[in-house]
Ligand binder design. Structure first.
Ligand code: SF4
Length: 440
């Protein structure tokens, strides 16, 4: 698997069926206008439009201690800092698979802990998945089979703008009739229940053809409501009202009956948007509801997540090290201790921070215990100038590559949209590794 070939032509053109790698939903029908190096999105959600839009302005050069430098000098300086470090932390990890592969090579050579900026939600879900497993649906199964969809927490569209139109479309989008939902008997009348909310007006419009129930639950009560719903599905007695209003419990009881009558129920939540202590509870209760329902009908979870290829970073860590993220590697060993190697926990003991964010201009976390190396989006604004800044192109904009969709089953090919003037993450990390090997 290699990064895509750079585009050399600069003629104005319209590019259709662009694959998006930003939020993890993996939309593949975006449209942009390209003029030279300028990109103007024509069909994209607000998030993708913001991140795809580019001007024709020349990109910044690398910097060492704030002064412009060549790519070669910057990568050599980064290698020098890594060589002197004893406890490096690699954060961000916002890169395509090839970039991650080279970053992991570098981590193994220098010794470093690895964590992705969006792995908080992933680890909340792993608490349940690692202990008991779960039955998870793919996006295609939700689209083609789900007749009752339960959302826990806030409106998924706030982080995954097109979730509802992708997951529960009334009919196929565009002119492609094959894209219409396949096995739901009434694709325009699915039951959608939101336990939390509220839905935005835009989401209500997208769901207008369905039967939508909004059970308003405050953020701090979503985990309780999820547990109560699971208890009701399982036929357990719920003591009192579990601190919930009577009307809420009555609505959850009605939803439990809908779920028992469903042909294919799906439970979804965005762990990253729930309170940290509640997200594992929601994941556990939703998975238990699936276990109960699966005795008599079909049900599955569909956890939301996947921003900036965190799913790919997780998969690649499993392939390479046999452990998920939040693992320290080096000297031929790997050690997975999430409590120690989550970025926030690793930084107080680190003496170097290497931060990567190629999809969006996210600055490194605060760090003052040693040098900072930023392999980052050219528009990144730094609170503290890094010792080494290597601006890189964006996968799916400046160069091709691969990212995982949030359900882990599809690896999406991203294409370059314009001539690349910045290196890829893979090229930057590989150059640092070469200098590192030379004893920089
Ligand atoms: S919803 Fe997500 S994948 Fe789809 S276009 Fe928007 S940012 Fe991209």
């Amino acid at each position: 698997m290699t990064s895509g070939e750079p585009i050399t032509g600069g003629a104005d053109r319209i590019v259709r069926d662009v694959v998006c790698g930003f939020c993890g939903l993996g939309c593949d029908d975006l449209e942009v206008a390209v003029a030279g190096r300028a990109i103007t999105p024509r069909t994209a959600c607000p998030e993708a439009a913001r991140l795809l839009a580019r001007s024709d302005a020349p990109p910044p050069s690398p910097r060492i201690n704030g002064a412009p430098a060549s790519f070669e000098d910057a990568t050599a300086a980064a290698a020098g800092h890594l060589k002197a470090a004893r406890s490096a932390a690699f954060s961000g990890l916002g890169a395509d698979l090839e970039g991650l592969r080279r970053l992991y090579d570098l981590a193994m050579a220098s010794g470093a802990s690895l964590d992705h900026a969006a792995s908080g939600g992933l680890f909340a879900n792993l608490e349940r998945l690692a202990r008991k497993g779960w039955i998870a649906a793919t996006l295609a199964e939700v689209r083609n089979r789900c007749d009752v969809l339960v959302v826990f927490g806030d409106d998924p569209a706030s982080a995954f703008s097109r979730f509802f139109s992708r997951a529960v479309p009334v009919r196929g989008e565009g002119a492609d009739g094959d894209a219409a939902p396949l096995f739901v008997t009434a694709p325009g009348r699915r039951q959608i229940a939101v336990v939390g909310g509220p839905l935005s007006e835009a989401s209500r419009r997208v769901l207008a053809a369905h039967e939508v129930t909004e059970i308003a639950v405050a953020e701090q009560d979503v985990a309780t409501a999820t547990s109560v719903l699971t208890a009701l599905v399982a036929g357990r007695v719920v003591d009192g009202l579990a601190g919930l209003p009577e009307a809420t419990v009555a609505a959850l009881a009605a939803l439990a009956e809908q779920l028992k009558a469903a042909r294919y129920a799906v439970f979804t939540w965005n762990a990253a948007s729930l309170p940290a202590e509640d997200a594992p509870v929601v994941a556990g209760a939703a998975s238990e509801a699936v276990d109960v329902l699966s005795v008599t009908t079909r049900a599955a979870v569909f956890p939301l997540g996947g921003r900036d290829n965190v799913t790919g970073a997780h998969q690649l860590a499993l392939w390479r090290f046999g452990y998920p993220l939040r693992t320290a590697v080096g000297a031929g060993t790997s050690r997975h201790v999430p409590e120690l190697y989550a970025t926030a926990a690793a930084l107080p003991d680190a003496d170097l921070l290497l931060h990567t964010s190629a999809f969006r201009p996210d600055a490194p976390p605060d760090f003052d215990r040693g040098p900072v190396i930023a392999i980052a989006h050219p528009d990144t604004v730094f609170a503290r100038e890094p010792e080494v800044f290597i601006p890189v192109g964006t996968p799916g904009v400046d160069y091709g590559g691969h990212v995982f969709r949030m359900d882990s089953v599809v690896c999406l090919p991203l294409q370059a949209l314009r001539p690349a003037e910045l290196p890829s993450v893979a090229e930057a990390a590989a150059a640092i590794l070469v200098s590192f090997g030379r004893g920089a």
